[in-house]
Design a protein around this ligand. Structure first.
Ligand SMILES: Cc1cc2nc3c(=O)[nH]c(=O)nc-3n(C[C@H](O)[C@H](O)[C@H](O)COP(=O)(O)OP(=O)(O)OC[C@H]3O[C@@H](n4cnc5c(N)ncnc54)[C@H](O)[C@@H]3O)c2cc1C
Ligand SMILES: *[C@@H]1O[C@H](CO)[C@@H](O)[C@H](O)[C@H]1NC(C)=O
Ligand SMILES: *[C@@H]1O[C@H](CO)[C@@H](O)[C@H](O)[C@H]1NC(C)=O
Ligand SMILES: *[C@@H]1O[C@H](CO)[C@@H](O)[C@H](O)[C@H]1NC(C)=O
Length: 539
């Protein structure tokens, strides 16, 4: 039976008060976005829904939209954050032993729309650039690589700094750098990429605007400002969730809601493992230390954590501006797992032999000779070596805080640069950046390296520079509920169902077993679209 919620008196009152400006926000009385009748007050939550989605973020709202389209199923989304932008820097970051014990804030989007509401705007539904922009910047694109059925839009900005054109051309002077026909072509190289902006308004297009705003369906309910603590079970079958108001410090006022068909976790890479562990699904020793009763011994939960390190940054200033406007154009970031020079809207993703033509063989043979398992977290699931061997890089962990597993933020350890191959590659990025600025036509503009300084040349010194400067995150966390065979540390199977229980699935970036060779938003949307098809097929 579809939940029936006509306009109640309470609702009318909220609307009136908010018009008069006297309306104050509280857990009992939330503001409603205009045109979003599906947003609930806590007392309006039904006892039971077909699906409960935990987290109204990038993936969560996408799945909610797809599952409610036909009108056949009822869906409740419970979102920790509010309807408006609220970036969060909450979880406890562990000191990074390979980065001189530095710590870095863990940042995500705590809001309806999740990280897609605060991120750097990567895109989904393609709109070609206008002719002037395409010609001025020599933008190549191929629409056949893009979808056209999503309301999350991708378009090119109408203005770009003129200096970008020069920088783009400079890449063609480096041996081995390719220019693929489209950023979606799947081949490494330099390309212009569109951003997730709606071209009709030039504003952010994200999961809330594409999969929530203006959708008035009786069967699509959303409760914001509430946080799910754990999944409830009937034997081994997920039957619902327990949740509290946003600021609650204990579970005195916790409420429960039941799911007939499935509980779907979409709380993101940092919080999905916390909810699983809080529900008794995780490594036995961890749960025991936190006083949580074991349901499924699944050591892969929270393990296999990865992010794109942001580092090897080589600040430069120029004696001569790149164009008549005197704009400043610096190399802002070079990331490790995805080699990436990101200057506004163009991007370089070359393979390692292009970045490090001389050192490549040496790094590769040292990597092949190592035992990758030696660099994994101490309590890693057993036969993982083979897997990591194919995907060389450091792996971290996201585990509940044993002192306060439900209400404290989980402990996030990136373990950045714990595999020494990562440091080697980062050093090569610094060298590549130098070559790019000093051995191409960009050298005419007189770049001056301000850090670490052009006289810092020895690998050992560059390693020290990397350890002192790399950030472990580009806010692209994945991998903590990986889709892998259970014996290799997997958490979900190929149907996105959690091992060891039934009617419980994960649909966010945490299921990616390895970082994609790209930024992660589009992959999160892709996971969600595929997940919705899988869930509907087994409904
Ligand atoms: C600052 C920033 C910049 C980024 N820049 C880019 C970029 O330029 N390009 C790119 O491609 N990607 C970028 N990303 C990454 C990309 O946005 C994410 O990979 C993607 O959005 C993750 O989607 P998700 O659905 O897995 O999680 P999210 O979108 O983060 O959704 C998780 C949701 O769950 C909610 N939640 C968490 N715990 C609970 C709980 N216990 N109960 C209820 N709700 C809960 C959260 O509030 C959140 O809304 C960026 C991310 C950030 C944070
Ligand atoms: C980092 O901390 C560990 C443990 O406290 C300590 O042994 C180590 O010397 C520290 N490293 C640096 C570079 O400060
Ligand atoms: C969407 O893409 C499909 C497949 O490429 C194409 O057949 C269709 O015409 C496109 N629709 C629109 C509205 O562009
Ligand atoms: C629970 O937290 C509330 C405040 O959020 C506090 O008033 C109450 O005393 C707490 N109850 C217990 C049992 O700790």
């Amino acid at each position: 039976m579809a939940p029936q919620r006509g306009p109640t008196l309470g609702r009318a009152l909220v609307a009136l008060l908010s018009l008069s400006g006297a309306y104050a926000r509280s857990a009992k009385c939330q503001p409603r976005a205009v045109g979003d009748p599906q947003l609930l007050n806590p007392d309006e939550v039904e006892d039971e829904y077909d699906y409960i989605i935990v987290g109204g973020g990038t993936a969560g709202l996408t799945v909610a939209d797809r599952l409610t389209e036909s009108g056949e199923y009822t869906v409740l989304v419970i979102e920790w954050g509010p309807t408006i932008t609220a970036p969060r820097s909450g979880p406890l970051p562990a000191a990074q032993t390979n980065l001189n014990n530095r710590t870095t804030a863990v940042i995500g989007g705590l809001m309806l729309g999740g990280s897609s509401g605060v991120n750097g705007l990567q895109a989904w539904r393609f709109h070609p650039p206008n002719e002037d922009t395409a010609e001025a910047l020599d933008i190549k694109y191929d629409e056949s690589y893009w979808g056209n059925t999503s309301d999350v839009h991708a378009s090119f900005p109408t203005f770009n700094w003129p200096g970008l054109r020069l920088e783009m051309e400079a890449f063609s002077e480096i041996e081995g750098v390719e220019f693929p026909p489209d950023s979606g072509a799947g081949s490494p190289g330099v390309y212009w990429y569109p951003t997730s902006a709606d071209p009709s308004t030039m504003t952010r297009s994200f999961s809330r605007t594409g999969h929530f705003d203006g959708i008035a369906r009786e069967n699509y309910n959303v409760l914001t400002d509430h946080r799910v603590l754990n999944v409830l079970f009937d034997e081994d079958s997920a039957s619902g969730v327990r949740y509290v108001a946003k600021g609650a410090k204990n579970d005195t006022d916790a409420r429960s809601v039941s799911a007939r068909k499935e509980v779907i976790l979409a709380a993101g890479t940092i919080h999905t493992p916390q909810i699983l562990q809080g529900s008794g699904i995780g490594a036995e020793a961890l749960l025991e230390s936190a006083g949580i009763e074991l349901k499924v011994d699944l050591p892969g939960v929270g393990w296999n954590f990865q992010d794109h390190p942001l580092g090897g940054v080589l600040p430069l200033t120029k004696r001569k501006p790149l164009d008549s406007d005197g704009l400043s154009c610096r190399i802002r970031r070079v990331s490790l797992r995805t080699p990436d020079h990101r200057l506004r809207k163009r991007r370089l993703l070359p393979p390692l032999p292009v970045i490090a033509p001389e050192a490549f063989e040496d790094i590769a043979s040292r990597f092949e000779a190592q035992d990758p398992a030696a660099y994994l977290p101490a309590d890693s699931p057993e036969p993982i070596g083979a897997l990591v061997y194919l995907h060389p890089a450091s792996r971290g962990t996201v585990y509940v805080n044993p002192e306060n597993p439900y209400f404290a933020e989980p402990v996030v350890d990136y373990r950045a640069m714990s595999n020494p191959a990562d440091v080697d590659i980062e050093v090569e990025f610094v060298k590549f950046t130098r070559r790019y600025w000093t051995e191409t036509s960009l050298s005419e503009y007189g770049p001056v390296e301000t850090r670490p300084g052009e006289d810092v040349r020895e690998d050992e010194d560059l390693r020290a520079y990397v350890r002192a400067n790399v950030s472990p995150s580009t806010f692209h966390p994945v991998g903590t509920s990986a889709m892998l065979p259970r014996e290799l540390g997997g958490v979900v199977d190929q149907a996105l169902l959690v091992y060891g229980v039934s009617k419980l699935s994960v649909v966010d970036a945490s299921v990616m077993p390895d970082l994609p060779g790209a930024y992660t938003q589009q992959s999160a949307f892709a996971v969600a679209e595929k997940a919705a098809d899988l869930i509907k097929a087994r409904a």
